[in-house]
Structure formats: C-alpha cells, structure tokens
Design a protein around this ligand. Structure first.
Ligand code: SAJ
Length: 416
C-alpha cells in the first residue's frame, strides 16, 4: 500500500498536529476544515490553537509545500477523521460531526482508499461510519459487507496525546489500531508507522473504541477518588495533601491529586459514552463523573463559609465590601485553555452570587472571556493586596511558593 496523499478532516487540537507531523515526514497532506478562517490561517503558515512548537512545524510544512488546507475534501489515499464527539444534554454521544465528515469525504473516495476514525467515539461508531460511507457510495465495497476483499479499508485509531505535549506524544506513544478486518488494521498500522516510534498494537474496532474510553475513565475514577478523599479529609480535619503523600509511599498505591473538579474536552466527557452504552452496569464510572462534577459546588460552598466567617469577624462590613480573588482559570496548570474549565465555572457562579468585587489572576491569558463579565483580571500582587478571601483554583507555576500573607485562603490544589 502506498499512501502518498493523506487527508486529515478536522484541523483542531488533534487533526492539525497530526497533519503537521505527516507533512514533516514529507507526505503530501490535505487538511480539511469547514471553518474558512482556520483554513486561511493554516495556509498562511500560522495556527489557530495553542500548542508548544506546533507553530514552527506547521509553518515549515506549509512553506515546504507538504501541507495545504481547504474547506472541500479532495481525493487522497488515506483519510483521517479527527472531529469532535461531544455529548448531548442527556449525556448521549453526539455523532453529528462524524456523520457530516463521513458524508463529506464519501464523494471523493476511490478503490484502495483507507478511512480512519481518530475521534474519541462510542463503541460501534467505526461500524456506523463505515455504514454512512457505504450508503453514500453504493458503487464501492466496504469491509463490513465484503470483508478482506473490500475496495475501501476502515479502522479506528483513537488519539491519546496530552494537550501541551502533543508533538512528542504523537510520535512516542503506542497506538491502538482497530480495523474492521485484519487487512484494515494492517493498512492503518502501516500508515501510522511512518511517524509513530511507539508500538502500533492491533485489535478490533470495538476494542479500540472501548480502550480509549477506558483510559480516560480510569483517570476520571481515580481523580474522583482523590476528590472524595479531599471532602472526607476536610470534614475530619485532616490535611489531604499530606495524607496522599503518605499513602503514596506504599509501593502499590498511587493516588492522584484532588482539585476544583475535572475539566477539558476528554476526561469529563468520555466516561459518559460508557455509561450511555451500559447504564445499568457502569455504576462506578457514573458515580465518579458525579463526584467530579459536584466538586465545583463544594468549592463554592467553602467560599460562602469563608465569607460568613469574615463577616462575623468584621461586624461593620457587609458582603459588598468583601473582595474575593480567584487564582487560575484554565482547565489545568500552565496552559491558556479555558475550555470546560471548572475554575471558570466557579468564578462565573461566584460572580452571580457575590455582591462585592471579584478579581481573577490568570498569567496565561491577556483578557477574560465574555462569560466572566464583571470580574477584573489582575496581577498576582494586586490580588494579594486587594482581596479579603483568596481562592486558589489552578496550580500554575507562578503561584507556587507565593502563599498570600493576609486574608482567608481556600486552596483547592494544596500548594499554599
Ligand atoms: N486532574 C486532577 N487531578 C489529577 C490529574 C488531573 O484534578 O491528578 C484534572 C486536571 O486539572 C484537568 C483534568 O483532570 O481539569 C484533565 O486533565 P489531564 O491532564 O488528566 O488530561 P487531559 O484532559 O488534558 O488529556 C486526557 C489524557 N488522557 C489520559 O491521561 C488518560 C490524554 O492522554 C488524552 O489524549 C486526552 O485526555 C484526550 O484527548 O482524550
């Protein structure tokens, strides 16, 4: 099999780095995205997302002529679909992006092509994608009906890179590859081996889908354990951070870190795909989601209690005289990504509840999102000086070792 031209559909946090890495291996890459602005930015050799070093790799790929972006799919030898799979209001997976991406590439497919679904997906999504392709192209044969003799090969290969380390992890991590048939898996493995230094491990499409969901659920369940411990320890007046350090000295214990909740587009989403597929059976996975989702409310209650204490100690004052400073807004430390951030939700809620001033410190951004109207973005020193209650939400490096000298402190990350 010769994959000379590779098309990546969806040029976001996963698709764009993947496109750039293929292009850096001198493959001809056609990136497809339905956002014209994104396409124009990339064709100028620039990027629209924040990821260390990605700007350089994309710039080189575009200047050297290996990467080009377009809004309309064009013929290629392999297609990688890397579009979002959010969940709907009832926590059911939203497959509409995969559906429209499949339907958009169907007209340009030709005999011998390989189609890979990279998006994190509910179990059965790859087969569903293959059915959409087959419906649109009755003139071609597909593996779900024609097995190893099909014209088109279809596989699932979930991404598993950590935002902030995408370029390194894309190359170094092992890949799980689930073809609808063995030949589908082999074709996909051959494609990835052009840049993956980790192992390409082959399985079925359904196991590959479940594997990705399992990885993120494993982390969610373990973070939920840490978050639940933090609430229990607070009730029992035990320092949870010390407790975890002590327990982790046991050679077979490795407790994760509590925090204000779980954010990002992955860990707080993917476990729901397991729950929706097996609602009766996925009891622990559902409860872990609920524990993590309820942590922001617990933090807000801590702030309310600190405010009540403050007013008790300062009888002349009312709530509107009290300034609350919130340290950190991103969904995890040392990034500027505010998507699905529990910190942002907490600050927004506090803005609605509190009549006094609310300050936010976020060293990684220049201006606040519209959802935080009425909050003032300030430097650390200003927040330290002006605030009566300090709420640490993200353990950014600049916040380490600078515990505020005055005021009530609520530290959700245990660094002060
Ligand atoms: N968090 C904690 N305590 C911890 C670790 C994390 O509260 O001990 C919180 C973070 O603050 C953040 C959230 O969990 O709000 C998720 O952060 P993360 O760094 O654990 O993961 P993501 O969402 O950036 O990326 C995850 C990764 N999955 C795993 O580590 C199993 C990544 O490899 C996946 O590719 C990515 O999800 C994805 O796209 O699915």
């Amino acid at each position: 099999m010769n994959f000379e031209t590779i098309s990546i559909v969806g040029l976001g946090y996963i698709g764009l780095p993947t496109a750039a890495v293929f292009a850096s291996r001198k493959k001809k890459v056609i990136g497809v995205d339905n956002n014209q602005k994104t396409v124009d930015t990339i064709n100028r050799g620039q990027i629209h997302i924040v990821e260390p070093d990605l700007d350089m790799v994309v710039h080189a790929a575009v200047v050297d002529g290996f990467l080009r972006a377009t809004t309309r799919p064009e013929p290629a030898d392999a297609f990688l679909i890397a579009v979002p799979t959010p969940f709907k209001a009832d926590h059911q997976p939203d497959m509409s992006y995969i559906e429209s991406a499949s339907k958009s590439i169907a007209p340009v497919l030709k005999k011998g092509d390989l189609v890979i679904l990279e998006s994190t997906s509910p179990v059965g999504a790859t087969e569903q994608m293959a059915d959409w392709l087959a419906e649109a192209r009755p003139d071609l044969t597909f593996p779900q009906t024609h097995g190893e003799d099909s014209d088109i090969r279809v596989a699932h290969c979930p991404e598993r890179v950590l935002p902030g380390h995408v370029l390194r992890e894309l190359v170094q991590n092992d890949r799980v590859i689930g073809g609808i048939t063995v030949k589908c898996s082999e074709a996909a493995a051959q494609l990835y081996k052009s840049f993956v230094q980790g192992e390409c491990v082959v399985t079925s499409a359904r196991s590959a889908e479940m594997c990705k969901l399992t990885e993120n659920s494993f982390r969610d369940v373990n973070i939920a354990f840490a978050n639940e411990l933090s609430i229990i320890c607070d009730k029992l007046s035990i320092n949870v951070w010390e407790l975890i350090r002590l327990a982790n000295r046991h050679p077979r214990v490795n407790i994760l870190q509590p925090g204000p909740g779980v954010g990002g587009h992955c860990i707080a989403v993917d476990p729901w795909f397991i729950v929706s597929a097996a609602p009766e059976e996925a009891r622990l996975i559902r409860i872990a989601r609920e524990v993590n989702d309820s942590k922001p409310e617990w933090v807000i209650n801590k702030v309310k209690m600190a405010l009540a204490d403050y007013l008790l100690e300062n009888p002349g004052k009312s709530a509107k005289d009290v300034t609350i400073a919130c340290y950190g807004l991103s969904f995890k430390p040392n990034i500027d990504d505010l998507r699905e951030s529990p910190a942002v939700n907490i600050v927004r809620k506090l803005r609605q509840l509190h009549t006094g001033r609310i300050l936010a410190v976020e060293p990684n951004i220049e201006e606040l999102p519209g959802s935080l109207d009425g909050v003032d973005l300030v430097e650390i020193e200003v927040a330290d000086k002006l605030s009566d209650i300090k709420l640490l939400l993200v353990d950014h490096i600049p916040f380490h070792g600078c515990a505020p000298e005055q005021g009530a402190v609520i530290d959700t990350k245990g660094i002060w």
